[in-house]
Design a protein around this ligand. Structure first.
Ligand code: LMR
Length: 391
């Protein structure tokens, strides 16, 4: 039976990891997957994580099941990190630990299918490639709204609002990136968040916010502006969180799905049933690490400093790249990179040029020309800048 299955191409982002690994050239540069790297090109375990793991090793007393909702302590602490300790709607938020942000997205999609099967999810054009299978394979219809203008490298905000206003129906979901939009790096301003909130309120649309990079834009607080505003002003908000990047816990799979509504207990009960039917319950280790860090003021300070180091390094690489290519004659063509937020920006070059960078210069990025700025460092940045200008 299985021999009838055709072989599929690898995922565009994950396939690149394998392609990069197998390239024999020692000067190769990886600007593909969104994984933080330090100046030495390493993805180290954060200091706060190491310390929390040591404490767990000393103090953990059981490996018994955690249950479909995960760790209640983690859920409480992550809700407070996201919304702020004093948010007026905290008690109306059902937040459930999941295996990474991907697990959260899938559970969210299943919740939409079970609650309101005719609702559609509006996703930005473009959006993170894996949004489509994670949400669409659950059976939800996806629609797109205009988001990024490749000519000006900014958000097509007026078109976004008009498209949603004209085409989205009451009960539809609008997928927004909480901060550090992946793949564009172009975020909504605070005024634009307010305008989208007003539109959702007027039309009965439900925001569905994916926040995978809290702390990588401006700060842990400012990056949560949109979620906090919408939870404050709208009756229902769906959001998903990832601790992969800001806690550096990628392979431990830590995230959460959350719903702000008046029906916290019922929502939790449905999420628990969905989870039991997919993976039964989330893995424990990563969430225990996060809870250990967030609950302890010393570890938390150490982690906040770690986040700030990662954010600043990426911002510095953005500026250095723009300065270096401009000095070499780019005439401002890549200036948008210094204005944008988070790990990613588009170079705005053709797929042929992306191929030429890989083949002739051993520089790897996905075909859309999205680069992960964290892959740059003081050693490889000038090499990359030269290669870019050559092609
Ligand atoms: C990315 O966009 O590179 C990251 O979110 C990693 C992934 O799973 O795609």
């Amino acid at each position: 039976m299985f021999n009838t299955l055709p072989q599929l191409p690898p995922d565009p982002i994950l396939g690149l990891i394998a392609q990069f690994k197998s390239d024999p050239r020692s000067h190769k540069i990886d600007l593909g997957v969104g994984v933080y790297r330090d100046e030495q090109g390493q993805t180290p375990v954060l200091d706060a994580v190491k310390q929390a793991e040591q404490r767990l090793l000393n103090n953990e007393t059981s490996k018994a099941y955690v249950g479909p909702l995960g760790s209640l302590q983690f859920n409480d602490l992550l809700a407070k990190l996201t919304l702020g300790e004093t948010h007026p709607q905290l008690e109306n938020v059902a937040l459930v630990q999941t295996p990474g942000g991907c697990g959260a997205l899938r559970v969210a999609a299943e919740l939409i299918v079970r609650t309101s099967p005719k609702s559609r999810i509006w996703v930005s054009d473009p959006t993170w490639g894996n949004h489509v299978p994670l949400l669409g394979d659950a059976g939800v219809t996806l629609e797109t709204y205009p988001y990024y203008d490749f000519a000006t490298h900014s958000v097509r905000f007026d078109e976004m609002i008009s498209a949603l206003n004209a085409n989205a129906r009451e009960g539809d979901f609008v997928l927004l990136h909480g901060c550090c939009h992946n793949p564009t790096g172009a975020d909504l301003t605070q005024g634009q968040w307010q305008a989208v909130t007003d539109l959702c309120g007027k039309k009965g649309l439900i925001p569905f916010i994916d926040m995978a990079y809290q702390g990588f834009g401006f700060s842990l607080e400012e990056d949560a502006f949109g979620i906090r505003l919408m939870c404050d002003q709208l009756p229902e908000v769906l959001f998903v969180l990832s601790c992969s990047k800001n806690f550096g816990l990628y392979r431990e799979r830590v995230g959460a799905v959350a719903v702000k509504s008046d029906a916290k207990a019922s929502v939790s009960s449905h999420i628990a049933t969905i989870v039991r039917g997919i993976y039964s319950m989330p893995p424990s280790h990563g969430a225990s690490v996060v809870a250990e860090i967030l609950a302890d003021s010393v570890l938390r300070k150490c982690w906040e400093a770690d986040v700030s180091v990662m954010r600043t390094r990426i911002q510095v690489m953005r500026k250095k790249l723009v300065d270096t290519v401009n000095t070499a004659g780019a005439e401002g063509r890549f200036n948008h990179i210094a204005r944008q937020q988070g790990m990613f920006s588009f170079l705005g070059i053709s797929p042929e040029q992306v191929n030429a960078l890989a083949e002739n210069h051993a520089v790897f990025m996905i075909g859309s020309s999205r680069i992960s700025l964290a892959g740059l460092n003081d050693t490889n940045l000038p090499v990359f800048a030269q290669a870019l200008l050559k092609i």
